[in-house]
Design a binder for this molecule. Structure first.
Ligand code: SAH
Ligand code: SF4
Length: 386
């Protein structure tokens, strides 16, 4: 698939296609036919939309060319996940990750394995219900920007500096490029916005993409992760169709959090917690709290106890992510020892906080989601030591 001059067509929602049909003086249902062909049937070009007349196909080709980002690189891990480098129409590079199976179930199972073997786990572990991974399930981790201005100290994407926002069409195109590459269809996909960029700094692009994707993917299978851009919560919370929310907390007090996430100086914890409390959580669902464990920075028993107190009466589940090390871009930043990770999880469990641990099976595993950098780009910022 070549890079199209305009990827916008894939970002139009059903009502927007109907509106375009009206402006082009063709019946509204033609708009619906185009949407269905693209998003339900998987047409990838105007020529492939045989439901509509030839003249309309020609006009589409001319004025709304349909195209996907081009895959320029792929890297497969031992666990079957594949990381893709994609080029957008202007040459900007992003990354997306395909992960087979159900990572949520894998995390739970691995945590329970650890509990069975491990020491120091209290007998009472309110871990989430263990699910058997269904064979057909998979997750795609998507990027929302071409870099990230939020600049968290432990994140490789942050080393790229701020990038531009992806358009809705580029986000949908990114998903379809990955689906085509692995030969899967969107109807069994789970989606996480945990790739490059801060989704809450690109609400137009992300919400535009959700408007399209929610027509074909149930909203409960889509999770948007934010570093805590507090003012954007209300807009996402008010969506008629809301995605699941994940918040990258990474620390439970302002001082620690500001030292690894400078955004915390602008949007400190107390406002963030208020925004989380105001988030309308569906019955029997929870907000995912991501907590990257970094040796010597946020991994003490006291940090864990603070986190328990901070999450008091918030319907949250904590996903502990041992730091993905990167000696080149993050020299000196280390993940804690396994016992420290286990102890941290045990303290949360003892405090009645549901917890899972994302244990990657090696440096190249699916944990790469959340640490993407558009590999061929040179970071604009110097590597940073802790
Ligand atoms: N900007 C959004 C979404 C992308 S980052 C956010 O921050 O939530 C997705 C996740 O990857 C975040 O939870 C982030 O804390 C985590 N992450 C970033 N760098 C990491 C690293 N080096 N190792 C492990 N996880 C990392
Ligand atoms: Fe941006 Fe998220 Fe990385 Fe922070 S962790 S720099 S918000 S991508």
């Amino acid at each position: 698939m070549t890079i199209a001059p305009s990827p916008e067509a894939l970002g139009l929602s059903m009502p927007q296609w109907e509106d375009l049909a009206r402006r082009w003086s063709v019946p509204r249902y033609r708009g619906r036919q185009i949407f269905d062909a693209l998003h339900r049937r998987g047409a990838r070009s105007a020529a492939g939309i045989h439901e509509i007349p030839r003249e309309l196909r020609d006009r589409l080709d001319l004025e709304m060319p349909i195209g996907l980002p081009a895959i320029v690189k792929s890297e497969e891990s031992r666990d079957g996940s594949v990381k893709y480098g994609l080029a957008l129409a202007d040459g900007a590079l992003i990354e997306a990750v395909y992960m087979p199976g159900d990572p949520a179930a894998a995390e739970v199972n691995e945590f329970e394995d650890a509990r069975a073997v491990g020491e120091g786990f209290p007998p009472r572990v309110p871990s989430p219900v263990s699910r058997v991974p269904a064979p057909g399930k998979f997750t795609v981790c998507l990027s929302s920007q071409t870099g990230c201005a939020v600049d968290c100290a432990f994140c490789v994407t942050g080393r790229l500096g701020g990038g531009r926002n992806l358009t809705a069409g580029e986000i949908v195109g990114q998903l379809y490029a990955v689906l085509d590459a692995v030969g899967r269809k969107s109807d069994s996909a789970r989606i996480v916005f945990m790739g490059m960029g801060e989704p809450f700094l690109n609400p137009d692009g992300v919400i535009g993409a959700l408007d399209v994707l929610f027509e074909v993917i149930p909203r409960r299978r889509v999770t948007v992760s934010t570093s805590g851009i507090t003012p954007a919560f209300a807009r996402f919370a008010a969506l008629p169709r809301r995605p699941n929310l994940a918040v990258s907390l990474n620390a439970a007090d302002d001082e620690t959090r500001s030292s690894i996430m400078p955004i915390n100086r602008t949007y400190p914890l107390d406002g963030l917690i208020r925004a989380m409390r105001a988030w309308p959580v569906d019955p029997r669902r929870r907000i995912t709290v991501e907590y990257v464990l970094i040796a010597g920075r946020n991994d003490t028993a006291q940090d864990a106890q603070r986190l328990v107190r901070l999450l008091d009466r918030i319907p949250a589940k904590v996903n502990l992510i041992p730091l993905n090390e990167d000696p080149t871009y993050l020299p000196g930043w280390k993940r804690p020892a396994e016992e420290v990770i286990d102890r941290f999880a045990a303290t949360l469990s003892a405090g009645d906080v549901a917890v899972t641990v994302r244990r990657s099976r090696g440096p190249d595993a699916a944990a790469a989601c959340g640490q993407l950098k558009g590999r061929t780009q040179d970071p604009r910022k110097a590597p940073r030591a802790p």
